[in-house]
Design a protein around this ligand. Structure first.
Ligand SMILES: Cc1cc2nc3c(=O)[nH]c(=O)nc-3n(C[C@H](O)[C@H](O)[C@H](O)COP(=O)(O)O)c2cc1C
Length: 409
């Protein structure tokens, strides 16, 4: 299956600093069409398309919009999540950099559908260099009259991974500590400053003009039953041609990493970022879709030279560092996991370490407050499942080294 460029069709073609070049490619025609129909009809079209959130969780977009539209409250808010803190994920950056007007159009349509007068773009601090271009895109779109009903403001993050999680993100905009909130209430009911709020990923919003312009039937013909449309995949790691690839959902992982990105001698692939699932080399024909494995679209390739236990240890170190610390299962669970995995990589593993990791994983998955703690165990459990021998070898090496020490005094 070759690349299918829909969301990225303007990238490299238009001048991201000149709105007229976007208009010349048919830009803002979907917004014009939107304004001729009712907000309910827009929502119905997005619902029918089957569009699901591209930020990682895959929540149906139209259903979320409907909740916000129906929520009581005169003021509703739209937030574009451009935090893109997920490890190995750089697709939103690609869109923001090369085609910021598609995001403006997507936000204008979303704002109209849910009835929001205020919109925010939450931009990760590492993307500060994109701020000027983004502001220019807002200003030009406004001057042309495309943002008449939606005032968009950019807010910058401060380098916290957790602030990509929607409730921590809202805390951050409100000037509070960046930590997850208890739910309910869910944002479409009560979100930013307690107003009904829709938070969507950059890529999700960029899908919207295409759905409105070409119709839900056209869109629904791409992908699988549960995963419609195309997806931007960020391929990195041990590949010859890293980069952003746009493919139809349900595409073959092997084709993406080997044929397109040029990977060889694969040991494993992590799909979806730091808390994403692991695919070993004998499962490369797995289709990339919500019903199999997807997440943010990060596809990190590890070749035969990579050490699985070391990889898992460093991943857990990152998650432990980035845990907001609000809930005990995540704060303490990631800490204990770093301790156990650290023991294993330092040649100090003991019998029972794998079982401790497994038990703790189950507890965290069930009881952590947000997606970070709930999914932090995924790489641990997957590597234990597919590369158990690597863990067993680490433990037996440790036991052997300790016995030598005892013999040698
Ligand atoms: C720890 C953590 C970090 C996240 N980071 C991001 C992020 O950087 N960008 C993003 O769009 N979603 C991120 N999410 C998902 C958001 O919470 C939320 O589901 C998403 O922004 C909703 O938009 P969507 O429905 O369009 O995907 C993160 C979730 C978690 C648990």
């Amino acid at each position: 299956m070759p690349e299918k460029k829909i969301l990225t069709k303007n990238c490299g073609k238009i001048d991201p600093g000149d709105v007229s070049t976007y208009e010349a490619e048919g830009g803002f025609k979907a917004l014009e069409k939107t304004l001729r129909i009712s907000p309910e009809e827009v929502i119905a079209e997005v619902k029918a398309s089957g569009l699901r959130g591209r930020g990682g969780a895959g929540f149906p977009c139209g259903a979320k919009w409907e909740l916000a539209r129906k929520s009581k409250g005169d003021e509703k808010v739209l937030i574009c999540n451009a935090d893109e803190g997920e490890v190995g994920t750089f697709k939103d950056r690609y869109l923001l950099q090369h085609d910021p007007f598609s995001l403006m159009e997507g936000m204008a349509i979303a704002g109209y559908a849910i009835g929001a007068g205020k919109g925010y773009i939450y931009l990760r601090s590492e993307y500060h260099y994109l701020l000027e271009g983004l502001q220019k895109a807002i200003d030009q779109s406004k001057e042309k009259g495309y943002l008449k009903d939606l005032e968009i403001e950019i807010r910058e993050g401060a380098g916290a991974y957790i602030c990509g999680e929607e409730s921590a993100l809202m805390n951050s905009i409100e000037g509070k500590r960046g930590e997850s909130r208890f739910r309910p209430p869910f944002p479409p009911e009560s979100g930013l400053f307690e107003k009904p709020t829709i938070i969507n990923n950059v890529e999700t919003l960029v899908n919207v003009p295409h759905i409105i312009q070409n119709g839900s039937e056209w869109y629904g013909a791409m992908g699988t039953d549960e995963s419609k449309g195309t997806k931007l995949f960020c391929v990195s790691g041990d590949v010859a041609r890293p980069g952003v690839y746009e493919m139809e959902l349900g595409c073959d992982l092997k084709e993406l990493v080997m044929d397109l990105a040029g990977a060889k001698e694969i040991k494993m692939i992590q799909v979806g970022g730091s808390t994403g699932g692991i695919i070993p080399s004998d499962m490369l024909s797995t289709p990339l879709a919500y019903e199999t494995i997807l997440g943010s679209g990060a596809v990190m390739v590890f070749d035969q030279t990579r050490d699985v236990v070391d990889f898992t240890y460093r991943t857990m170190e990152f998650l432990n560092e980035e845990s907001c610390g609000k809930c005990t299962p995540c704060r303490e669970g990631t800490e204990v996991m770093v301790g156990v995995l650290g023991r294993l990589v330092n040649g100090e593993g003991v019998d029972g370490d794998m079982e401790v990791l497994e038990e703790l994983s189950d507890t965290m998955k069930l009881s952590a407050l947000c997606g970070l703690g709930q999914t932090a165990p995924v790489p641990v459990l997957d590597t234990l499942k597919y590369f158990r021998k690597d863990y067993e070898n680490r433990i037996s090496q440790s036991v052997f080294l300790r016995s030598l020490k005892t013999v040698n005094g």
